[in-house]
Ligand binder design. Structure first.
Ligand SMILES: *Cc1c(COP(=O)(O)O)cnc(C)c1O
Length: 550
């Protein structure tokens, strides 16, 4: 019994002998590599990314497959990874469609590369256009699949490009169950921006479902070129037969491994959340613009609009140096606008005359890497409640959590430090990064003040006063009798407030007295949070200094 993939594949592809790379033939661990005509010297680049670029890369890097399998919740055998989802589209059409004989079906207006590749391959292209409300014509797609014997691939995109809407998952699964002699290629390039889950959990029981995923959109890796197809292992086997020998650059592999490492995920997820918040903001502001008559709801990182006058809108954007995508194949006046950074969206909304200055975002990120520590930090001063701290020092996590909780802002801070030596570098670098990140979130400090807080906690009393005036200074009065609280050395407390004051550019005065060292330390951090809460709060739009700058 042959599998669906084998029945659908071009016979000549099944017959061909796949190219064998030197990598496939030889295990490369610790070898003297004289088998691939490589240069034995590493290239003349300074970046550590380039360390092994003189060698041919692993065709399907095992560590990357393992990471993607965990990210996408599938088995490694369900993945083929290559130069973007684009390459997966190419491989699918080349492997399954015989020129002139076989057909693909697309639902325009949609991502145009499906049709481009089909034309290059000489495959026939059937079209089942979207309805006026951008929904798919499910019954027509099924009817086309039933009547067309050689319909090999049906491309569905959800959330869609360029329109941003989604296809109900039950419709996709219904098409899969009715057209069991075609592969249903579901392009999930934007799924990370959707409330809908990926349909990858259906792969085990749906052997004609192929899902495309990309690292270009949600993870900011468009320039690295990395994406994949998720499918039944037999489909993956067919695609691997026609892959180029070394489809992925080792630079890409390294960049992707870093950017989607579990360590970076809190920040990666925060960024997606920020884009979603900005999408919401654009959804409410764009309809107020005179140039725009319709704004369509979106589950992607772009918003589709209809403008009243295409040429004048285009000119307005051109003059402001803002690039948007004109998509009048959808309808007259159709434009696709990608969600940018808060500052970019500020500009867009200003140009359209609907910017409200109070909306200016105060979020910042800092990534800091030394031989001793690797830290990723994100702060959003205007949103509270999302706190994720992981430094490897439990008590310190608890302290930073107190600062954010009492400060009333969102803080994500993860650190991988040399704790095998001691806690010193981790503590100091975390506090430095926290201060730097806070400084950059505060921006020009418009509307903020200078404050202090007195905090009693049982027998303890801590007092923190704070001036964000830009001149670093730190005074700490207090003493501890225990050397450690958990893995946290109490002698570091004064030092940490100094690091924070230095990197934030603030005067920070702390004094604490009491009996219990745990209480005393905690009271200092809580009071810092409370003082920050008052200091970072926006009250009006003045810069709180007679000099006009801080
Ligand atoms: C951007 C995009 C792709 C291409 O992704 P890459 O991984 O960058 O090649 C595929 N499909 C859709 C719908 C897209 O919008």
């Amino acid at each position: 019994m042959t599998s669906l993939a084998q029945r659908l594949a071009r016979p000549e592809i099944l017959a061909l002998e796949p190219y064998q790379t030197a990598y496939d033939e030889n295990d490369r661990a610790q070898a003297i590599k004289l088998d691939a005509n490589e240069n034995p010297y590493t290239p003349l680049l300074t970046d550590s990314l380039a360390a092994s670029v003189n060698r041919y890369p692993e065709p399907q890097p095992d560590r990357l497959l393992a990471r993607l399998a965990s990210l996408y919740q599938v088995d490694k055998r369900n993945i083929i990874v290559g130069r973007g989802a684009d390459e997966a589209i190419e491989l699918l059409i080349r492997a399954f469609c015989r020129p002139s004989e076989d057909a693909v079906l697309v639902c325009p207006p949609t991502f145009s590369y499906y049709e481009t590749v089909a034309q290059i391959q000489g495959a026939r292209v059937l079209q089942t256009p979207l309805n006026n409300d951008f929904s798919i014509q499910k019954d027509e797609i099924i009817a086309a699949g039933v009547s067309e014997e050689n319909l090999k691939l049906i491309f569905l995109c959800s959330p869609m490009n360029p329109t941003g809407n989604s296809i109900p998952p039950e419709d996709i699964l219904d098409i899969c169950s009715k057209l069991t002699d075609s592969l249903i290629v579901l392009d999930e390039a934007y799924i990370e921006f959707s409330e809908q889950d990926s349909l990858s959990s259906h792969l085990p029981q749906t052997d004609n479902l192929v899902i495309l995923r990309t690292l270009s959109k949600a993870y900011g890796l468009a320039g690295a070129r990395c994406g994949c197809a998720l499918a039944h292992p037999d489909v993956i086997d067919v695609l691997r037969r026609i892959m180029p020998p070394y489809p992925l650059s080792s630079l890409t592999e390294e960049a992707v491994m870093q950017a989607i490492s579990p360590f970076m995920m809190p920040l990666a997820n925060e960024r997606v959340r920020e884009i979603l918040a900005q999408r919401e903001r654009l959804m409410t502001s764009l309809p107020l613009a005179e140039d725009i008559c319709d704004v369509y709801p979106s589950d992607a990182n772009a918003i589709f609009v209809r403008v009243t006058d295409s040429d004048s809108f285009q000119q307005k954007m051109d003059r402001a140096g803002i690039k948007v995508r004109r998509r009048e194949n959808v309808f007259k006046g159709g434009f696709r606008i990608t969600v940018g950074t808060p500052a970019e969206n500020d500009t867009l909304l200003s140009v359209l005359g609907v910017f409200k200055s109070a909306e200016k975002s105060r979020a910042a990120e800092k990534i800091r890497k030394t031989k001793e520590t690797q830290i990723a930090c994100r702060i959003d001063l205007d949103e509270s409640g999302r706190i994720e701290i992981e430094t490897g020092i439990g008590f310190f996590d608890h302290m930073l959590e107190q600062v954010a909780r009492h400060g009333g802002f969102s803080l994500s801070l993860v650190c991988k430090g040399d704790l095998e030596i001691d806690a010193h570098h981790t503590l100091e670098d975390c506090m430095l990064t926290f201060g730097e990140c806070l400084k950059s979130a505060l921006g020009d400090k418009r509307g903020i003040g200078r404050f202090g807080f007195l905090l009693p906690m049982d027998e303890t009393e801590a007092q923190v006063s704070l001036d964000l005036g830009g001149r670093p200074y730190s005074v700490f009065t207090g003493a501890f009798s225990a050397t450690h609280i958990g893995a946290y050395p109490t002698e570091m407390t004064a030092h940490l407030f100094r690091s924070f004051a230095d990197s934030l550019g603030a005067s920070v005065h702390v004094s604490v007295r009491g009996e219990n060292d745990h209480h005393k330390t905690e009271a200092c951090f809580k009071a810092l949070g409370r003082a920050l809460r008052m200091a970072v709060r926006r009250e009006g739009s003045d810069i709180p200094s007679t000099k006009g700058v801080l």
